[in-house]
Design a protein around this ligand. Structure first.
Ligand code: NAD
Ligand code: ZN
Length: 349
């Protein structure tokens, strides 16, 4: 078992081990003295893993109840949250009970927000089952739901009591989500670990899975370091957004229909590197991204994407920040005016 300690105000551990799902009850019992564990999951993950988790919790003396909602980003909203709150009331859940987020980032984000808000807060455990959730969303304490006006607009910082990460669950993850998660894995190499990045350049979508036992903890450790330095996202944590400024613009340009988040981030990382770094760095990153069937570019004109990046900043008259990884394995936060940002793309466009 790998134990990655996250030294934030309410410190906790991320435990990575194949098969940890089967003994989750034993592990949780040592950390939380709850009577009832409320498993929150989506319909896909429910069919695959809820029984295993439920059995282990019951074997270790917990009462369990389960709330299942339809999979997908469309469920990460106030309506589902309201249903979760009502379910918790109906089952007489108290602050000494605990929520279990079993699933991908959608389940983790909404369960975390329910745990932050119900009865002004109760403990929750993250059991991430998608690659993205294991390397990214389950660690760091950002929780949220979407509004019709935009993604992740309402949320809270709420660190989990423990994160149980079982790489075995990734064997059932559909390939599109594996590809998506690889976008973030490559990001970690770019911002903080040149060695990891170069290893990724020698694997592909299939061989990389043989190295998950090493790669997943490496990514979590990077996220831990960044989160520990800036728990509430007021400075250095921004480096986790490498590729995301243009990535978010790509998602929005295509109305969230054409590019999934990881794909948009991959293209965003390549574009910012192409326009702001050396041709060598760009070529190496482009090759790596393409090994994992991720896009290195999109048909949308880059200057239109740049304008989208600036849209909400324009009103505030604010500067725009973006991340540059040069050399690979390091991250620099650059702050520029909007016109400087636009110029970057017009010059070489
Ligand atoms: N809180 C954070 O810091 C943070 C960071 C990054 C992303 N996010 C959020 O994470 C979400 C995306 O996460 P995601 O990509 O995991 O999406 P997701 O939760 O929708 O999971 C992707 C799909 O995979 C299925 N799935 C999950 N695990 C599976 C498994 N082991 N086997 C088979 N199917 C499985 C799910 O049912 C779903 O259909 C977004 O809402 C995003 O905003 C949050
Ligand atoms: Zn991301």
């Amino acid at each position: 078992m790998q134990n990655i300690h996250v030294p934030v105000e309410n410190a906790y551990d991320v435990l990575v081990e194949r098969g940890i799902l089967q003994k989750c009850g034993e592990v949780i019992k040592k950390i939380i003295s709850a009577e009832t564990c409320v498993i929150i999951t989506d319909d896909n993950v429910d069919k695959l893993y809820a029984n295993t988790v439920e059995n282990s919790l019951r074997k270790n003396g917990f009462r369990t109840v389960k709330f299942v909602f339809p999979h997908g980003e469309a469920s990460k909203n106030a309506e589902t949250l309201q249903k979760i709150w009502s379910f918790l009331c109906l089952n007489e859940v108290t602050r000494s009970d605990c929520l279990i987020a079993l699933g991908g980032g959608v389940v983790g984000d909404i369960t975390g927000f329910a745990a932050a808000t119900f009865l002004r807060g109760l403990p929750y455990v993250q059991i991430p089952t998608s690659l993205l959730a294991q390397v990214d969303s389950s660690v760091g304490g950002k929780t949220a739901i979407d509004l019709p006006e935009g993604k992740n607009l309402v949320g809270a910082f709420k660190q989990p009591a423990v994160v149980l990460c079982d790489p075995d669950t990734l064997t059932t993850l559909p390939e599109t989500f594996l590809i998506d998660g690889m976008g973030e894995v490559i990001k970690y190499g770019m911002i903080a670990d040149a060695d990891l990045f170069h290893k990724l350049c020698s694997y592909d979508l299939y061989t990389v899975q043989e190295h998950f036992d090493e790669i997943i903890p490496a990514c979590i450790s990077i996220k831990r370091d960044v989160v520990a330095e800036d728990e509430f996202d007021t400075g250095r944590r921004m480096i986790l957004n490498f590729g995301h400024t243009l990535g978010h613009a790509i998602e929005a340009y295509y109305h969230y229909e054409t590019y999934t988040h990881g794909c948009a981030v991959a293209a965003g990382m390549c574009l910012i590197t192409k326009y702001c770094s050396s041709p060598e760095n760009y070529q190496v990153l482009k090759n790596c991204v393409e090994r994992y069937h991720l896009p290195s570019d999109v048909p949308a004109p880059v200057h239109e994407l740049a304008v989208l990046c600036g849209n909400d900043k324009k009103r505030a008259g604010a500067k725009l920040r973006y991340i540059l990884c040069s050399p690979i394995g390091t991250a620099e936060i650059r702050t520029v005016s909007l016109s400087e940002f636009y110029t970057l793309f017009e010059l070489k466009g």
